[in-house]
Design a protein around this ligand. Structure first.
Ligand code: NAD
Length: 331
């Protein structure tokens, strides 16, 4: 590597638009790894000033094998795969791509909601199986206009869902005790302060919180028991925010009308015979793909690389840094 150039180790695969940003910087060199095996990473990290990583594990061994490391940037918002404690001990910021996929996830929640309302999975299966004539006049679908959507968690994604649901004529309520009520009201949504009461009113509920001790099972047995029998429940947040066992029981007893599930407690989610959620025709599932679209992949690659360059330049937005406490220490 050349003199005084900073080396960015890129651990694949990322959209070429991110690489173009690196190529445009004369003060930066980059290396794109062929594979992401631990040995390949360890062998190439020694002279890295930055690691830009999609999914590979960045553990203490990798971090400590890179004496010049000044930033780790992740492709996306999750960082379970990175040893933050070791980074913090060495005053190295971990940057995440916070702006890139909120629209993709919000659209996915709307897609699941519309699919549930219009009986998408059932109609698709039955029409293909020869049921056209019998099904045509049955009117199983419902409208979402004038129905009541409850959004739990009003952060980046929840705030993108609200205007989309409003555009379909829905009334929208929000439960998020950590967001100012004015922000919720300005978005033309009703503030819900008691979740257990909120769930009794909703025709559809969509969760957009992180998974933590407070949100694990935020929709559980007790909440399902209070829901309207026509309610749809959508989880594009994290497996476990909606209690899966309670969800399956609610579906089995027709306590709710259907569910959309993009995220599972165990991922990859096992095939049909082992997973009751895959056996309902009023459940639509997807493979944790809500945030991954062609547009978001490009934006995420650009945002991740920009985060690396911003740390190099001293202009990183603290909101993008997980271990913000190191920022004062970084030079
Ligand atoms: P965010 O941090 O911007 O917003 C989360 C919101 O949840 C915050 O407003 C916070 O106040 C609120 N919240 C926290 N605890 C709460 C509680 N107990 N009750 C109600 N609200 C609470 O996060 P985001 O970017 O909007 O992401 C939301 C979720 O979506 C995260 O779990 C994230 O991992 C997930 N996600 C999924 C995908 C996917 O592909 N399925 C993609 C991106 C993000």
């Amino acid at each position: 590597m050349g003199d005084n150039k900073k080396k960015v180790l890129v651990i694949p695969n990322i959209h070429p638009a991110g690489i173009e940003l690196l190529a445009a910087r004369p003060d930066v060199e980059y290396q794109i790894l062929e594979s992401q095996t631990p040995a390949e990473i360890l062998n190439n990290v020694t002279d890295a000033h930055a690691i830009a990583v999609r999914t590979a594990l960045i553990n203490g061994d990798v971090i400590n094998a890179a004496p010049h490391l000044g930033v780790v940037a992740r492709h996306g918002v999750g960082y379970d795969s990175v040893d933050v404690a070791t980074l913090t001990k060495r005053s190295i910021p971990l940057a995440i791509a916070i702006h890139s996929n909120a629209v993709s996830v919000a659209e996915h929640a709307m897609f699941m909601l519309l699919s549930l309302a219009k009986q998408g999975v059932y109609h698709h299966q039955e029409t293909r199986a020869g049921g056209f004539a019998q099904l045509r006049g049955t009117g199983r679908g419902v409208e979402i206009a004038d129905k009541h959507l409850l959004i739990i968690g009003f952060g980046r994604i929840g705030r993108q869902v609200a205007p989309r649901a409003r555009a379909f004529g829905m009334e929208v309520s929000v439960y998020d005790p950590y967001v100012d009520k004015e922000i919720i009201q300005r978005a033309e949504c009703r503030v819900i302060t008691d979740l257990n009461h909120g769930v009794t009113q909703a025709d559809a509920i969509t969760v957009h919180t992180p998974l933590n001790d407070e949100t694990r099972g935020i929709l559980g047995e007790q909440q399902f028991a209070e829901m309207k029998s026509n309610a749809f429940v959508i989880n594009t947040a994290r497996g476990g925010v909606v209690d899966e066992t309670a969800l399956v029981s609610a579906l089995r007893s027709n306590a709710i009308a259907g569910a959309g599930v993009d995220v599972f407690v165990g991922e990859p989610a096992p095939p049909t015979s082992d997973n009751p959620l895959f056996s309902f025709d009023n459940v639509i599932v997807s493979p944790h793909s809500a945030g991954v679209t062609q547009e978001s992949l490009k934006r995420t690659a650009i945002e991740m690389i920009q985060n690396v360059l911003d740390v190099f330049d001293g202009t990183i937005d603290p909101a993008a840094v997980v271990n913000r406490e190191v920022l004062g220490r970084y030079d």
